[in-house]
Write a protein that binds this ligand. Sequence first.
Ligand SMILES: O=C(O)c1ccc[n+]([C@@H]2O[C@H](COP(=O)([O-])O)[C@@H](O)[C@H]2O)c1
Ligand SMILES: Cc1cc2nc[nH]c2cc1C
Length: 378
Amino acid sequence: MSSLNLDDFTDLIERPDGGVRRDAETHRERRIVPPGSLGRLDDLGEWLAAAQSAVPVRPVERPRVVLFAGDHGIAELGVSARAAGSAADLVRAVLEGGRPVSVLARRLGVPVRVVDMALDCDPASLPEDVVRHRVRRGSGRIDIEDALSPEEAEAAFRAGMAVADEEADSGTDLVVLGDVSVGGTTAAGVLVAALCGTDASVVTGRGGLAIDDLAWMRKCAAIRDALRRARPVLGDQLQLLATVGGADLTAMTGFLLQAAVRKLPVLLDGVVASACALVGQRVAFRAPDWWLAAHDSGEPGQAKALDRMALEPLLSHGVTVGEGVGGLLALPLVQAAAALAAELPELPEDAEGSGDAGQPEAEAEAEPAQEQEAGQAR
Ligand SMILES: O=C(O)c1ccc[n+]([C@@H]2O[C@H](COP(=O)([O-])O)[C@@H](O)[C@H]2O)c1
Ligand SMILES: Cc1cc2nc[nH]c2cc1C
């Protein structure tokens, strides 16, 4: 196997089509509704049009939830409200239909794919439909040891890329990316703090089931210790993921970058996906153009990561359950934006500039252009 060079992503990832985006804006200005009256849904529709390279934008008809699953050794320190090594229970519940993501996916008719990257269980005890890419049983305890060996990290990253290729090849038109983990938010906190140059307390949140003050202090100390191990490898993103990320987060980063190569738009769920996206941005600065932030979960590390990527969350409902739920909540909004962008009629030619669609032309053009630049400059 040829060795993996993450620098290649810089050239492989293109920008969403700017010309198409301008066409979509022109179409928007001619519609029967007053300019601005659909708020951010217009931006969303145009972003999707550019990602698809299609005006009018196509409806999102084949979305999927992709969840990367793994246990984290750091959970042994009592940084999670869940028992260390119990992520497999969650995976079973997701696929048996008993988790929040299962309920929403059923209601919306969206298939859910779960990928085992580092669950700490007998593989035979997992439901058959779990995608098998396990590189080890539980990622290492990142406060004192590397999460992964270099070989495991490369295998995990490639597995994530392979899943992105499978999705793109099978006609998936948007992916909700999430995780099912125990201890994953601690690893995510380390990545965000390391890449943003902040200290542990700034990124330490309360995790899936809110942890108490003592557990919060243990989590903060664990992040602090792992950060010390992360700083020397900040320049090499694969090594950073091997040192403090873990198998699931490494695969998610590979997934995100390859999805961007394949022009497959991704809705980021929660803090873990956002932390991986931040690593991805370090690898290829254009990559975040292909991603949407589904929601603000309330985790401080997530807000920090999204801010760095200039991604504005679509929703904010205090949803901290992870497992793609925030992404599925935002999906209907994306679908609504696509429908409004594609299906609202245009005014007749001679009505342009009059009636309730009237707006000084300069103004209509200046606004989206500025926004796009702001998004790209960061
Ligand atoms: O999405 C978030 O911001 C979020 C915040 C807290 C917890 N979670 C989810 O909760 C799960 C357990 O996380 P942890 O680190 O508290 O063991 C994991 O699957 C996370 O995705 C997710
Ligand atoms: C909706 C939207 C999503 C984005 N993702 C990256 N840049 C973006 C800009 C907009 C406007």
